[in-house]
Design a protein around this ligand. Structure first.
Ligand SMILES: O=C(O)CCC(=O)C(=O)O
Ligand SMILES: [Fe+2]
Length: 299
């Protein structure tokens, strides 16, 4: 038998490494034209932290059309949430052929074979000094952390696709991951250092890059990092001047609710291809009569 027949296929290798580490990367996941269009969109829509709704308060951020300016926590930058409402280039990302088959494969077929739902989609612009603390890990009993592959069929609760809009290298505040931590039953010891060590769930009090065994992932502009939300992860602090710009699309099983429950605008729904519409709204809203009545009342 020629030696080449014994070589693992690219997919076999990816499956193995994804299972082992909880992440893999896709090179040139967006074209140069797409990347430039996205960067131009950001340039045309500058926003500051003051414009941003805060994650936990429920207040509204500034709206840019149907895109909401938001921020998770104080240091982690401006999010342009619901970015699929921002124009054609973002609609192309819903089922980007460079990643969508991987995402479908690892979410698994679910009950009906249609098991993909866009959970969240945003651009994030993080200034110098910004970071995101350590969070997630296999010890958490959350559906977004689910990571199964019994009998060869995958069943991963949530896949995050982070695309670098510019090169991310040392000092740029790259995403950090503890490889294999999606399988760990123990919380990462770094969680103990937070202000409330009894709450071993999240630690937003220091850059995740400071946690033991973290790997900082450097990406070329246009490359994507795909990972299970179950790995302990976060980002290093950005020490370089300027800002880190990324695009983040999260996909979940259709059994998991979307993160913010933005309802797609009628215009967007009308425009989308059936394949994209199904990812954005896998389950049609089913309004009970009193809702329908309330919606017909003028405010
Ligand atoms: O900002 C980062 O690099 C990490 C973002 C993150 O925590 C996530 O995508 O779930
Ligand atoms: Fe995260």
């Amino acid at each position: 038998m020629p030696a080449s027949e014994n070589e693992p296929t690219e997919l076999e290798l990816q499956d193995y490494l994804f299972d082992l580490n909880g992440f893999f990367t896709v090179q040139q996941a967006i074209s140069e034209d797409q990347r430039q269009a996205i960067l131009s969109w950001i340039d045309a829509h500058p926003a500051s932290m003051a414009d941003a709704a805060k994650f936990e308060t429920g207040e509204e951020g500034q709206w840019i059309g149907d895109v909401e300016v938001q921020s998770y926590m104080n240091q982690d930058g401006v999010n342009y949430q619901n970015i699929i409402e921002g124009g054609d280039v973002f609609e192309q990302m819903i089922d980007n052929p460079r990643w969508i088959d991987h995402v479908r494969r690892y979410l698994g077929p679910g009950l009906t074979g249609k098991n993909i739902s866009l959970n969240e989609c945003l651009l994030n612009v993080r200034a110098s000094g910004g970071y995101i603390g350590l969070h997630s890990g296999g010890h958490l009993p959350w559906f977004s952390s689910v990571f199964h592959h019994p009998s060869g069929e995958w069943g991963v609760g949530q896949l995050n696709v982070i695309t670098a809009l510019e090169d991310i290298g040392p000092g740029d505040g790259g995403t950090t991951i503890v490889p294999g931590s999606h399988k760990s039953c123990a919380p990462h010891p770094h969680f103990k250092r937070q202000e409330h060590p009894d709450q071993n769930v999240v630690n937003y009090s220091g850059p995740a890059g400071e946690a033991e065994n973290m790997v900082e992932l450097h990406l070329k502009a246009g490359d994507s990092l795909i990972f299970t939300d179950g790995v302990a992860h976060g980002s290093s602090a950005r020490t370089n001047p300027g800002s880190r710009k990324i695009m983040l699309f999260r996909y979940c099983s259709t059994w998991i609710a979307t993160r913010w429950n933005y309802l797609a605008s009628p215009e967007l729904m009308a425009r989308l291809t059936p394949a994209r519409r199904e990812i954005v709204q896998p389950v049609k809203p089913r309004l009970c009569p009193s809702w329908r009545k309330a919606m017909h009342k003028t405010p």
